[in-house]
Design a protein around this ligand. Structure first.
Ligand SMILES: N=CN[C@@H](CCC(=O)O)C(=O)O
Ligand SMILES: [Zn+2]
Length: 418
C-alpha cells in the first residue's frame, strides 16, 4: 500500500534551507495551487503539482480530496507553560483593573500561586489538565508543542512536572519537547535568600534534571525582581555543562540586556523581548538566536507588542508561540497568535506562517523533522477553512482549522466532509 495522496490543495509552506529563515528571507513561502501531498507511514514522500504527485504515488494510493482548501505545515508552539494545576482568573481581573503583573508576583501571588497548587497536585491531576490543554491546542493546529516546568521550584516537584510532561508526550497526539524552568521565580521558602536558591538550582536541580533525561533545554526568567542577568548566566552555563541547551525569558517587562545575554551564550532562542534594546537585537542577529515572540502575552498584559519589524530588518529570525500559562497568557491557539502577529505586529502572512512553523521548529532543534511540507519530514499538516493562510487572521475568533493531521493521520477536524 503506497500511502495516501491529498489532492486539490492550495499548498503554502516555507522551504527549509537547514536553518531558520531570517530577515528578508522570512517571507519566502512556496505556494502551489491544485497541489498534492503524498505521505506513507507518517512521512512525506512528495509535494508538488497534483498530476505529477499522483503519477509518482501510483494507482494503489488512497486519494483524499482537499476541495481547494489551503494546506500548511502543522503549527509548532515553541513556548508554553501548559502543565499547571489551577487557573488564576482572580489575578486576571486584578490585572485588567491596573495591578501590574510583576507587582502581583512581588506580593507573593502570580507564579507562586501556581507553585502552591502544582506542589499539592497529584501526577494524575496534572496530566489530566495538560492533556486537556494539548487537545485544545491540537484542534487549533499545534502538532508540536514545547512545555516548560517551573511551577515546582524544588527538586521533587520540578522532576514531577517533567515526568508528567514526558507522560503527556506519550499520550497526546503531538510531539512534545520539555524544558526545565526551575529558574522561573524565587520560591517562598527562599524569598530572603535568593542566592541560596540559585546555588540549589546549580548544585542539585540541574544535575538531577539532566540525569532524569527528559528536558532538552534550560530556561530562566531574567527580569527585575526575579533572576538578574548574572544569575541567569550562571544558571544557563550550568545547564549547558549538563547538556541542557539555553533558552531565555528575556526583556519581557524591563530591558536587562537579556537578548544580549542569549547571544553571548549562543542560546537557541530568546523569548518575549517586548522591551528589548536595538543593541541586543543586533547581537542576537549576529549569534543567530531565534526571537520567539509571544503576542498573546502582550495582549493579556496590555503592553506594547515586541518590535517584530525592527527585528526582521536587523536580520533576525522570528518565531511565534502562545506562552500558554495561567497568568500572563491563558491562550492555547497558535491561530490567534498568528492573527495578532499579522494585525498588531505588522508581519506579512508569509512571515507569520514561517514564524509559526519552520522558525518555531528550529527554535526547538526540530527543523530536520517538522516545520515545512517537504519529502522526508513528518506528515504534519493543517487544512484551513479557506483557500489561503489569510483566513487565519481574517476569520478572527473562530477556529480556522478544517482538519489537523499528525504523522499522516487525521488528529482533529471541525468539518464533517473530512
Ligand atoms: N514571565 C514569566 N513566565 C510566564 C508567565 C508564568 C505565569 O505567570 O504563570 C511567561 O512567560 O509569561
Ligand atoms: Zn514563558
Amino acid at each position: 500500500m503506497p500511502g495516501t495522496v491529498h489532492i486539490n490543495a492550495n499548498i503554502h509552506t516555507p522551504l527549509d534551507p537547514g536553518r531558520a529563515l531570517a530577515g528578508s528571507e522570512q517571507g519566502r513561502v512556496m505556494t502551489l495551487a491544485r497541489g498534492a501531498l503524498w505521505h506513507h507511514r507518517g512521512v512525506i514522500k512528495a509535494v508538488g503539482p497534483q498530476e505529477e504527485v499522483l503519477s509518482r504515488a501510483g494507482d494503489d494510493a488512497e486519494i483524499i480530496d482537499c476541495q481547494g482548501r489551503a494546506m500548511i505545515p502543522g503549527l509548532v508552539d515553541p513556548h508554553t507553560h501548559m502543565c499547571f494545576a489551577q487557573t488564576r482568573e482572580k489575578e486576571f481581573s486584578e490585572r485588567i483593573q491596573g495591578v501590574p503583573y510583576l507587582e502581583i508576583l512581588k506580593r507573593g501571588g502570580g507564579i507562586l500561586n501556581s507553585v502552591d497548587s502544582v506542589r499539592k497536585a497529584s501526577r494524575e491531576d496534572l496530566l489530566k489538565t495538560t492533556l486537556e490543554h494539548l487537545d485544545l491546542a491540537l484542534a487549533h493546529g499545534s502538532t508540536t508543542v514545547e512545555i516548560k516546568s517551573g511551577y515546582g521550584l524544588d527538586t521533587e516537584n520540578e522532576l514531577k512536572m517533567l515526568s508528567v510532561i514526558e507522560l503527556a508526550g506519550q499520550k497526546a497526539s503531538q510531539d512534545i519537547v520539555a524544558t526545565f524552568l526551575g529558574a522561573h521565580a524565587i520560591p517562598r521558602e527562599k524569598k530572603d535568600r535568593p542566592e541560596e536558591y540559585v546555588d540549589l538550582l546549580i548544585d542539585e536541580m540541574i544535575p538531577k534534571v539532566a540525569e532524569q533525561g527528559i528536558a532538552k533545554f534550560a530556561d530562566v526568567f531574567c527580569e527585575k525582581g526575579v533572576f538578574t542577568k548574572e544569575q541567569s548566566k550562571r544558571i544557563l552555563l550550568a545547564g549547558k555543562k549538563h547538556g541542557l541547551l539555553p533558552k531565555l525569558h528575556a526583556d519581557e517587562v524591563h530591558d536587562l540586556g537579556g537578548g544580549g545575554l542569549a547571544a553571548q551564550l549562543k542560546a537557541i532562542s530568546a523569548d518575549h523581548l517586548l522591551a528589548v534594546s536595538p543593541e541586543s537585537i543586533a547581537e542576537m542577529a549576529k549569534a543567530q538566536v531565534v526571537a520567539i515572540l509571544l503576542p498573546a502575552t502582550a495582549y493579556s498584559l496590555k503592553k506594547p507588542y515586541a518590535p517584530a519589524r525592527t527585528m526582521l530588518e536587523a536580520g533576525l529570525a522570528v518565531a511565534l508561540a502562545t506562552d500558554c500559562n495561567p497568568g500572563s497568557s491563558y491562550v492555547l491557539s497558535m491561530a490567534f497568535v498568528f492573527g495578532l502577529a499579522v494585525m498588531q505586529m505588522g508581519l506579512s502572512l508569509e512571515e507569520a506562517l514561517t514564524a509559526a512553523t519552520l522558525n518555531a521548529a528550529y527554535a526547538l532543534n526540530l527543523g530536520h523533522k517538522v516545520g515545512s511540507l517537504e519529502p522526508g519530514k513528518q506528515a504534519d499538516f493543517c487544512l484551513l477553512a479557506g483557500e489561503s493562510p489569510a483566513v487565519i487572521a481574517y476569520r478572527a475568533g473562530i477556529n480556522p482549522m478544517a482538519a489537523v493531521y499528525k504523522k499522516g493521520r487525521l488528529a482533529a477536524s471541525t468539518q464533517r466532509s473530512l
